[in-house]
Design a protein around this ligand. Sequence first.
Ligand code: CUA
Length: 320
Amino acid sequence: MPLAGLGVPERVTSIFRPYSTPAESIHQISLLTLAICGAIFLIVAVLLFYIIIRFRTRTNDEQSEPPQIYGSNQIELAWTVFPILIVFVLILVTTRTISDVQNAIPHPESLKVTVVGHQWWWEIRYPDLGIVTANELHLPVSRRTVLKLQSADVAHSYWLPQLGGKTDLIPNRDNYMWFDPKETGVYLGNCAEYCGTQHAHMLIRAIVHPQGEFEKWVAGQQQPAVEDAQVAAGRNVFFSTSCVNCHAIRGTAAEGKFGPDLTHLMSRETLASGALKNTPETLQAWLSDPQKLKEGCLMPDMQLSQQDLAKLAAFLSTLK
Ligand code: CUA
């Protein structure tokens, strides 16, 4: 079974290794902030050590008290003016970077993707390409991608540290972020705004393909689901239970909108928004008891018999 990200390296998540223009600008602010904080820490630590050693009590002057000093205009002026200057510099640099990144969003050549945050998964739509998928964002290398961020329920936050900033998904509001991945690879991220029980299992995978490979992925995703007579029994289970109320399989009568689109389920590397590896075994375990694997998630236990579970898993496994 061909996995989506195969052939591109998985990047170790780090804010110090940016791979796009906006991530690079954010990285530079992080370095500046870190340098200022590091310098302050060093000054305080050195002074503290000096004072501890220089003014420690010695056995022969236990009785004597050091001179007591109250107030110093110079010192008080210094510790008021310097922090204000530092904060001012940080505000200037930050607002300039924010406006540079935001002003670059409108771009006619960009690939447009809509990401909708749900409790607790990501719906991913490519409106110009007619593709709907979930959780795993596929992108071409070097080309500019603009994400339109929306929420179906509560506030979430899309955070792919190596590609873009952290941008909130707010109900009834469109937010935008963009990036131009400079290298192929699998980039990991998280939902970064607490959104309920399974906030921690709202993981993000961005798969950046070489240009030709991305076109292949698009062509594959644009196909309707392939019907397979061998799995007719599992198909009947799917269409006779409430699976069909929440999930869509393009090319069939299943048009549910509440759960992830399953048309090409097996082309995804993970299940349950990155909580599980996507294999036929974990898929069956997931169908058998979603609440055990992702407590509180909105997918119910369908109370199927072992036979029906196996048939259903066999059917879903054909959705490549
Ligand atoms: Cu979605 Cu936290």
